[in-house]
Design a protein around this ligand. Structure first.
Ligand code: FAD
Ligand code: FMN
Length: 475
């Protein structure tokens, strides 16, 4: 709580409204949290509907909220929070249960009603494999819950009468949906899943268009919906070349359509790979056949790097944005498995006749021999930390040494590798070009690939999975 309050005190959001979503074990705890948030929030949303908060009174089944508990929690928050209090409800309840809970909230002093949360839980399958790593299943949002959202809106409006505000979320993505929701009784609307896959600039266009649509009766925002429904594609490993104990190249049995600069998620289903199941982002060293370079680091990569010919895996994507190949010359700087994503960029530029110089580094020859064999576009310079191949030392020292001799007029830099390498490269490059001519990609934590979880968000708010993953440095 202290950390959240500290963040809010620093966060400059004062041209916007802040609806603080709260869940808690007891009425007293919820009231305490609401009280701490009062100086910052414009309203409190009481989450009585999330099934992913076991032990906090928000789940269904034995821990489900009842009209009585909803009344108690709402009253407690009202006693400590002097701004609007808005309980949020689940579509999982029967219509009668939903009405009883809404009535209990209103009788306890709720100032508005919010609905709907996600539907479920359900166990989702992809190609016959459980889609989620968690055992509790997942919940449904987006298109599949829209009709239930409309139904709950109608029920809620009938229950609360004409004057109580209703905030309605649930599968809404276009102005047409919002108009229907408002006709059924919504006062305000929320949009969640429809934003999947939108870059920050598309997001701005989408909301501008939505405002326009709502004022003019049009439906133009629909054009910005970009959710990638291409799904997972199954592959078998054709070859696993082990360059060292911890570095493998996996050649798969088919191609994957992807543009230079994009990446994929590699999925090992949990019913097939009990030790290292899950999904992580990877670059494709080649797209036909799809080829991955895997450095063993932990749970998933340990299993991935040891897959044998014939074993199955899935790729999801492509994710991220293609890099702009319409340039005059490029300098590519890669370290470790970061080299994997640069090769397709160098090759595509080479095919267009754009001159490239690549600086590629690794700890030793074993860790770069995959590139020694097949990274052959343009002028390629290698360095290893132990001097076993190419220049002795790290790759940024090599870059620093040579950068002054390169003709950098109209040159564009692409950096990919560990954070420390990227930071050094950007400092050296920044002495010669502006940040608009530098594009960097870090192999950082990325979870959903749709821009929804924000795990890959940078300090400036850009999310590498939808805004990158090659991005200009933060100035
Ligand atoms: C866009 C993108 C492209 C990527 N491309 C590749 C690729 O081509 N080849 C490849 O091998 N990996 C790549 N990665 C990294 C990959 O997604 C995983 O993070 C990595 O394989 C480790 O997963 P794990 O489950 O084995 O490790 P975990 O079990 O999650 O972590 C084990 C340990 O390794 C550390 N760790 C995890 N990831 C990294 C990392 N990226 N760098 C340094 N330490 C880390 C963790 O902090 C932890 O200490 C890429 C990442 C991104 C975001
Ligand atoms: C990734 C994700 C995270 C969510 N997190 C929360 C949450 O923390 N609290 C909450 O009340 N609802 C949460 N929801 C539910 C949404 O707020 C919303 O009620 C629901 O997804 C229906 O709207 P949509 O179809 O527009 O996504 C989440 C939904 C998604 C997809």
């Amino acid at each position: 709580m202290d950390a959240i309050v500290e963040d809010l005190a620093e966060f400059n959001y004062h041209d916007r409204s802040l609806l603080a979503s709260i869940f808690a074990d007891t009425p007293e705890e919820m009231a305490y949290v609401a009280g701490r948030l009062e100086p910052f929030a414009d309203a409190a949303e009481l989450n009585f509907s999330c099934r992913h908060s076991p032990g906090h009174g928000a789940t269904h089944g034995s821990q489900a909220h009842t009209p009585t508990s909803i009344g108690e929690f709402t009253r407690a928050v009202k006693s400590r929070f002097g701004k609007p209090v808005i309980p949020k409800f689940s579509p999982n309840d029967s219509n009668e249960e939903l009405k009883a809970k809404i009535r209990a909230a209103i009788d306890a002093g709720a100032d508005g009603i919010s609905l709907i949360n996600t539907m479920g839980p359900e166990v989702f399958e992809i190609d016959g494999h459980p889609a989620l790593t968690s055992d509790v299943g997942g919940s449904l949002s987006g298109d599949g819950i829209r009709e239930r959202g409309f139904e709950c809106t109608k029920i809620a409006r009938e229950e609360v009468g004409p004057d109580v505000p209703l905030i309605v979320t649930g599968g809404l993505s276009t102005a047409e949906h919002i108009r229907k929701s408002r006709a059924l009784g919504a006062t305000l609307n929320g949009i969640g899943t429809a934003l999947a896959g939108m870059s920050t600039s598309i997001l701005a266009k989408y909301f501008t268009a939505l405002d326009f649509d709502l004022e003019n009766g049009t439906n133009t925002a629909e054009q910005y919906l970009v959710f990638n429904r291409s799904g997972h594609k199954k592959f078998r490993v054709k070859e696993n070349y082990k360059y060292t104990d911890d570095l493998s190249m996996l050649v798969l049995d088919d191609g994957f359509e992807i543009e230079p600069g994009q990446f994929v998620f590699t999925w090992l289903p949990k019913d097939m790979y009990r030790e290292g199941d899950g999904e992580k982002p990877y670059s494709l060293y080649d797209n036909d056949p799809a080829t991955l370079v895997v450095q063993r680091r932990g749970k998933l990569s340990n299993v991935l790097a040891n897959l044998r010919p014939g074993e199955e895996l899935y790729l999801r994507g492509p994710c991220g944005n293609p890099v702009d190949l319409d340039i005059e010359k490029a300098i590519l700087v890669g370290g470790g498995t970061g080299i994997a994503s640069l090769r397709s960029i160098a090759r595509a530029l080479d095919e267009r006749g754009v001159p490239t110089t690549s600086f590629l580094g690794a700890v030793d020859r074993d860790h770069i021999s995959f590139a020694e064999e097949s990274y052959n576009s343009g002028d390629v310079r290698f360095a290893t930390n132990d001097g076993s191949f190419g220049r002795h030392g790290n790759i940024t020292a090599y870059l620093l040494d040579k950068i002054g001799t390169l003709n950098l007029e109209h040159g564009v830099f692409f950096n990919c590798g560990p954070s420390q390498m990227i930071r050094s490269a950007e400092i050296f490059e920044g002495r010669y070009v502006g940040s608009e001519s530098m594009f960097s990609s870090e192999e950082q934590e990325t979870s959903c690939g749709y821009g929804l979880c924000a795990r890959c968000a940078r300090e400036d708010g850009l999310r590498s999975c939808v805004d990158g993953y090659f991005m200009n440095p933060i100035c």
